[in-house]
Design a protein around this ligand. Structure first.
Ligand SMILES: O=P(O)(O)OC[C@H]1O[C@H](O)[C@H](O)[C@@H](O)[C@@H]1O
Length: 536
């Protein structure tokens, strides 16, 4: 353990009993001091137990960030276990050169973006049409990073949707394809097969299913398929015309890929100009991340709060709670981004990680979550640091009273988590209800809120393509900073491989094949399922 980690642990041990509210009592300026602003975003971390000493120590942990950050932005192969550069930032960059092995990657990024724009314009105008006329619907087939980004962004930017309707098929469960295709006209549906590797079993299986669905009604189904991939040989083998294939390089990680061709469905839905605004938001955050001093740097501060809560205080999860219904799938998107990136057990050099890796990330939009799981957040025995996100303005001017109610709820929650309700206050609540003393006391104890539960609040002006770009890039860089501090590789995902391998072996077993190497529990489950299915 380095000195800084030890000092942080000691400091936490020494101050852990001090209520967060006491930090406000001792510092009337705390609310103002503990905020970071970046191009219209406003991040308030004052409702955490981080004091000046903790902040200094956390900033010391981040010492290595600037050099690593430059290594990322300038195309060094920082994904060391896959030997790759990490350049999703290049997908939204306008100024180069950005060199990988001495070659500027920007001309190709921009050429692909231009092809996407032309394709999207022609589909949206009807110039490129299906065999039954102008495309009314687009189905994106993909999973993980080839699904979650476009799904999340399409929901978030619904007010800007003025192109074909977007649909997404991800799960290998045939229910997903069946329910999604129901009601679609195959002659007016454009299908995009999105897969970085073009080998993912779920995506390839669904692509075959959709091709069969279309073949029944459309003379030339292949002409209504497009593909997004970094494996152009495989898209050709699948029979997709290279004209409608949009490639990207191996230095774009799947969960960082929404900014490029994987975002094609989104671009078709909202149009190239809005997509450009989304990229501009990401670019603005890149500029901020790269240039702001650490203590005034939004991704760095979001990361340091995360490290404080998880690695120092030991809180096992964090909840992302957007008070913006259109950010419905942001928590799911962040689950892949954060947990696939930083759920690692060894450091870059292969040594055991000697502290917890990234936390469990979960969440739902408010106010819905309030009526479901907030009970545990307020009164459960585990502390869940909460990350609130709220927009000052909604998109519906005639429903501004609802926006104000939404904001009031968000602020009420973080305030309640901070303050809680003491036993004295709960007793006062019960007094005068005519209950016997012992019963009043019992009832009062159920109405105590311990408070002192940390939260942060990210305020955006309004949810727009630009601010969504800022938010996504903010979280990407937060993951990066946490990864650098932990000394892990945030850009590989070996942990998903074993399950994939075993699934391939289990397929034949379900058909009565060889059972070698399977554990007894799995064999018993297979036997039971085969029995239920009548396959045995
Ligand atoms: O885009 P694909 O190659 O089909 O991959 C889709 C997803 O599959 C995986 O198993 C990876 O864990 C994800 O990072 C990836 O986003």
């Amino acid at each position: 353990m380095t000195d800084t980690w030890r000092q942080l642990a000691d400091h936490r041990a020494a101050t852990g009993d001090r209520p967060i509210a006491a930090l406000f009592d001792g510092d009337p300026d705390r609310a103002r001091r503990c905020t970071v602003a970046a191009d219209g975003l406003w991040f308030d971390w004052s409702k955490t137990a981080i004091d000046d000493t903790a902040l200094d120590l956390l900033l010391a942990l981040a010492e290595g960030v600037p050099s690593r950050r430059e290594a990322m932005f300038t195309g060094e192969r920082i994904n060391e276990t896959e030997g790759r550069a990490v350049l999703h930032t290049a997908l939204r960059a306008t100024e180069g050169p950005i060199l990988v092995d001495g070659r500027d990657v920007l001309p190709e990024v921009h050429a692909t973006l231009d092809r996407m724009r032309r394709f999207a314009d022609r589909v949206r105008s009807g110039e490129i049409a299906g065999q039954g006329g102008r495309y009314t619907d687009v189905v994106n087939i993909g999973i993980g990073g080839s699904d979650l980004g476009p799904v999340m962004a399409a929901l978030a930017l619904a007010p800007w949707a003025d192109g074909p309707r977007l649909h997404f098929i991800s799960n290998v469960d045939g229910a997903d394809a069946t329910d999604t295709l129901k009601g679609l006209d195959p002659e007016r549906t454009l299908v995009i097969v999105s897969s970085k590797t073009f080998t993912t079993i779920e995506t390839m299986t669904n692509a075959e299913t959709v091709r069969r669905w279309m073949a029944g009604r459309v003379a030339d189904p292949a002409s209504q398929f497009a593909a997004v991939s970094s494996a152009l040989d495989r898209t050709a083998a699948f029979g997709i015309d290279p004209e409608r294939v949009f490639g990207f390089a191996d230095w774009v990680g799947g969960r960082y890929s929404v900014w490029g061709p994987i975002g094609l469905s989104l671009m078709l839905g909202i149009g190239p100009d809005r997509f450009d605004e989304f990229l501009a938001g990401g670019r603005a955050m890149d500029h901020h991340f790269r240039s702001a001093p650490l203590e005034g740097n939004l991704p760095v501060m979001l990361a340091l709060v995360g490290v404080w809560h998880h690695q120092v205080c030991g809180y096992p999860t964090r909840a992302v709670l957007p008070y913006a219904n259109r950010l419905l799938r942001l928590p799911a998107y962040l689950q892949q981004l954060e947990m696939e990136s930083n759920g690692k057990r060894v450091t870059m050099d292969g040594a055991d990680l000697d502290r917890p890796s990234g936390p469990i990330v979960w969440g739902e939009p408010g106010t819905n979550g309030q009526h479901a799981f907030y009970q545990l957040i307020h009164q459960g025995t585990q502390v869940v640091p909460c990350e609130f996100i709220v927009a000052a303005r909604g998109h519906e001017p005639d429903l501004d009273h609802q926006q104000k109610l939404l904001i009031a709820n968000c602020l009420a929650q973080s305030g309640a988590l901070l303050r809680g309700r003491s036993l004295e206050e709960a007793r006062a609540l019960m007094a005068g209800k005519g209950l016997p003393e012992a019963e009043a006391e019992r009832q009062a104890r159920h109405r105590v809120f311990p408070g002192n539960r940390p939260s942060t609040t990210l305020v955006i002006e309004a949810l727009t393509p630009f601010t969504l770009g800022q938010i996504v890039a903010l979280y990407e860089h937060r993951v990066f900073v946490e990864g650098v501090i932990l000394g892990i590789n945030s850009f590989d995902q070996w942990g998903v491989e074993l399950g994939k391998e075993l699934a391939l072996k289990l397929g034949p077993l379900l058909d009565g094949g060889d059972a070698d190497g399977q554990d007894a529990s799995t064999l018993a489950l297979v036997a039971h399922i085969r029995g239920v299915r009548g396959d045995g």
